[in-house]
Design a protein around this ligand. Structure first.
Ligand SMILES: Nc1ncnc2c1ncn2[C@@H]1O[C@H](COP(=O)(O)OP(=O)(O)O)[C@@H](O)[C@H]1O
Ligand SMILES: O=C(O)C1=C[C@@H](OP(=O)(O)O)[C@@H](O)[C@H](O)C1
Ligand SMILES: [Mg+2]
Length: 196
């Protein structure tokens, strides 16, 4: 991407297994920019997430996850200053950290939203410790986090029905059009609408 109009990090948020990592990677490829996944960085620094939950507990995971996200956003903003945008996918629970939400101020935030039916029908969830023994937790956890997702989102894309490539095309087009907040974004004070 040359002479990019993008001036902020492009960040994917949303519930577990909604497509942040796989669709975020596709969007980065289509834009021709680097992609980074906060869970992958966490694993490189601290080991397997499920093992970290078992040995240190969820709060310690959230604290280290917030450190990872903070470093990624700092790096992304530094790269932007030299003209290089990037796409970041967060883990689904990263936004529960107040520090992370503060660090996301002004980012272009893509909320990928799906349904329990779609997630439980398609995914191997065992690597996600919060779901490993309790797939029904997906909806309960989403209900708790939904206000935060909505508060942060610049635009929302439904990933429950269409193929990943088609959803990625829509998101890439949204980025190339300048990441305008959609009608559901509280940044624009509108009402609910879901794209794609
Ligand atoms: N729209 C979609 N159609 C089909 N499969 C999807 C779709 N979105 C996500 N998936 C699949 O769901 C699983 C979880 O996706 P992933 O990108 O890892 O989600 P997240 O990073 O949000 O947890 C993967 O196997 C992915 O291929
Ligand atoms: O929602 C969560 O609390 C989590 C989501 C996971 O990432 P994905 O959203 O990419 O599955 C991973 O960070 C961890 O298992 C916890
Ligand atoms: Mg992921």
């Amino acid at each position: 991407m040359s002479a990019s109009p993008i001036t902020e990090p492009i960040v994917f948020i949303g519930p577990m297994a909604s497509g942040k990592s796989s669709i975020g990677r596709r969007v980065a490829k289509q834009l021709g920019v680097p992609f980074v996944d906060s869970d992958k960085v966490f694993v490189a620094e601290h080991g397997v997430i499920a093992d970290y939950f078992t040995s240190h507990g969820e709060q310690a995971f959230r604290d280290r996850e917030a450190d990872v996200v903070e470093a990624l956003l700092l790096q992304s903003r530094a790269d932007l200053a030299s003209g290089q945008p990037s796409v970041i996918a967060l883990g689904g629970g990263a936004i529960v950290s107040e520090r992370t939400r503060a660090n996301l101020a002004d980012a272009h935030i893509v909320l990928v939203m799906t349904t329990e039916e779609a997630v439980l029908g398609r995914s191997n969830l065992s690597s996600r410790p919060l779901l490993a023994n309790d797939p029904g937790a997906w909806s309960r956890i989403l209900a708790e986090r939904l206000p935060l997702y909505k508060q942060l989102a610049s635009a929302t894309f439904d990933t429950s029905r269409l193929p990943k490539d088609q959803i990625a095309n829509s998101i890439t087009a949204w980025v190339e059009a300048g990441c305008q907040p959609d009608e559901s974004s509280t940044r624009r004070n509108g009402h609910d609408r879901i794209n794609a």
